[in-house]
Structure formats: C-alpha cells, structure tokens
Design a protein around this ligand. Structure first.
Ligand SMILES: Cc1ncc(C[n+]2csc(CCOP(=O)(O)OP(=O)(O)O)c2C)c(N)n1
Length: 324
C-alpha cells in the first residue's frame, strides 16, 4: 500500500508532538509541578501514530494508563491535555481526572484508563453499538502485553469474533508489565498467536516502524469497516523510560533491566528511523525535520502556559460530572 507524502509527513509530525509533549510532562513531573503519577510512552510513538492515522474522526479508541500518545494521535488538544495533567479547570475533565482519565467523546476518545485491560470490553461494546446504530465506524483498543493476560482480553476477543464486531485490538508489547519482564508471565512469546484461539487474524508488526504499523492498521480497519470482524495486531516495541516517571525513587535504578538493553532500543528510535526513511526516498530533508521540531516545541510550550494559567477546580465540584 502506497502512503501519500502528506500523510507520511503528518505521521512524522504526530510522533514529534507525542515525544515533545511527553518529554515535557516527564520533566514537569520530576520538577513536582504535576500532581499524581504519569506514565510516558517515549520510544513507543510509532504504534499510536501508525494506528491513529488509519482512523477517521468518528472512529473511536480506548486507551490505557500510558495513553498520551494514543490521545494525541486521535486528535487530542495538547493544551487541554496538559491542563488536565496539571489538574486544572481548563483540562479535558476539568482537572478532576488527570493523565489516566483523559477523554473527548467528540473526537472518539472514549478514555484513557487506569484499570489495566479495562479498555478492551469498552471498545468491544463501542463496536457493538456502532453495528446496532448502523454506523460503519471502527473502534480500536490500545492495550499492553500485561493486559493481554487479563480475562477481559480473552472475553473481548471471543465476543468480538463471534459477533464479527468492527474492532481492532492493538497490543503494544513493550516487554514489561510494571517491573516484570513479559516473558516471565506470558504463556507465549507472541501475543498475536492468541488470535488463533478466537478464529481471527493476528499479526506481528515492528512497532517502531510507523509505516509498517500504519499499513497493518489500515488493513485491519478496512476489514472491520467491511463487516469482516476484528483483528489483533501486536506491535513489538520498548519503553525507554520507567514504568512511571520517578520509578527509580521507588525501586532504585537497574532493578529489572540492563541499561545496555535500553540503549539498544534507543538506537531504534522510531522518529530517527522515519527521518532516515523519508530522507532516503527524497521525501523530506533535515530542514523540514527541524522546522517541525521547532513548531511542535512552541505548541507544547503554549500548552504548558495554558495549563499554568488555568485555575484549580473548586473542591465543591468533586461530585459533579459523574455518571451515576
Ligand atoms: C486491573 C489492574 N491490575 C493491576 C494494575 C497495576 N498496574 C498498572 S500498570 C500495570 C502494568 C501494565 O502492563 P502493560 O499492560 O503491559 O502496559 P505497559 O505499562 O507496559 O504500557 C499494572 C500491573 C492496574 N492498574 N489494574
């Protein structure tokens, strides 16, 4: 499948936006300007971006505790996301949700989620709703390798398979669930093979190759839209940062992985890789990359200023805006 230059450059920009946003969030968290825990996906930008670029506005996603990239790739506004992470009124949930609860139904973002695996049945239900309502929208569920060991994963794949629901299960296998290497707790080396048990296609993709991810996602989304049912895509990737920002203060450094392993994966940076890919094909040059980086930096700084200028919610509002 040939991808147009504009789309390729848009994907490059999205990866840059995610990287820049999350580096800023990480640094602000370390500087104690952000309350609560934040989980960044630095190094994993290609999976969110490649999948997100296969979706249209009315398609939907469910996300995870490590969701900033998914939300940005689905069109989330950086200023409202940053304000939410700051716990301020200008945020997506009026500052009452934080990083792990950002949602924007108008953009098809059904929510980040602090409960591991919880997005899978929500996505399955969203896909069922689309069928019942006669919409040809597709829902994508992003989840990690850890979530693939939850009952919710197996129930969702089974139900989506028997009802041929328009849902794509996008597993980001970054090799760890918190501080536990995936191979010590997962019965198979490749999560994609679990698709066979439910009679649906399962595909392994190099999760640091945004073009490969996009091609696989576009096929799976098209298949779902045609009414042919779900697909499981496993993106093999790696998280460069800790499970949570500041983990070294909690558990010490180098407790569960070697620095050399991190360095090996940093050398496979999805952004640098795409720059090389675009350059080799004569589709972009270094000045384009620099311009994008500068624009994105300015956008992220504006988001930080927006968040800082936004006031905190009133404690009296704590029980408002709830589904009861
Ligand atoms: C149901 C549930 N169990 C445990 C936790 C604690 N927890 C938070 S993140 C995490 C690891 C999840 O690993 P994975 O799904 O691979 O995602 P990753 O963090 O690697 O992106 C765990 C166990 C939780 N939030 N929810």
């Amino acid at each position: 499948m040939e991808i147009e230059r504009d789309k390729l450059l848009a994907m490059y920009r999205t990866m840059r936006r995610i990287r820049c946003f999350e580096e800023r969030v990480r640094d602000l968290s370390i500087a104690n300007e952000i309350p609560g825990f934040v989980h960044v996906s630095i190094g994993e930008e290609a999976s969110a971006t490649g999948v997100g670029a296969a979706l249209r506005l009315t398609d939907r996603i469910t996300s995870t505790h490590r969701g900033h990239g998914h939300l940005i790739a689905k069109g989330g506004r950086l200023d409202r996301m940053m304000a939410e992470i700051f716990g301020r009124r200008g945020g997506y949930c009026k500052g009452k949700g934080g990083s792990m609860h950002i949602a924007d139904f108008a953009l098809g973002i059904l929510g980040a989620n602090g409960i591991v695996g919880a997005g899978l049945p929500i996505a399955t239900g969203s896909a069922l709703a689309a069928v019942i309502q006669g919409r040809d929208d597709v829902t994508v569920s992003f989840f990690g390798d850890g979530a693939a060991n939850e009952g919710a994963f197996h129930e969702s794949l089974n139900l989506a398979a028997i009802w041929k629901l328009p849902v794509v299960f996008a597993c980001e296998n970054n090799g760890f669930g918190e501080f536990t290497p995936a191979q010590t707790v997962t019965s198979v080396a490749d999560i994609a093979v679990r698709a066979q048990a439910y009679g649906i296609p399962g595909q392994i993709v190099d999760g640091n190759d945004v073009v490969a991810v996009h091609q696989a996602a576009a096929e799976a989304v098209a298949r779902a839209r045609r009414g042919e049912g779900p697909t499981l895509i496993e993106c093999k990737t790696y998280r460069w940062e800790g499970h949570v920002v500041g983990e070294h203060a909690m558990i010490g450094t180098g407790q569960y992985r070697e620095r050399a392993e991190i360095e090996q994966w940093r050398a496979r940076c999805p952004i640098a890789r795409m720059e090389k890919w675009l350059t080799e094909r004569g589709l972009a040059t270094a000045d384009v990359f620099e311009a994008v980086a500068g624009e994105v930096r300015a956008e992220v700084e504006a988001a930080v200023e927006f968040a800082r200028a936004s006031e905190s919610p009133d404690p009296k509002e704590v029980a408002e805006d709830l589904f009861v």
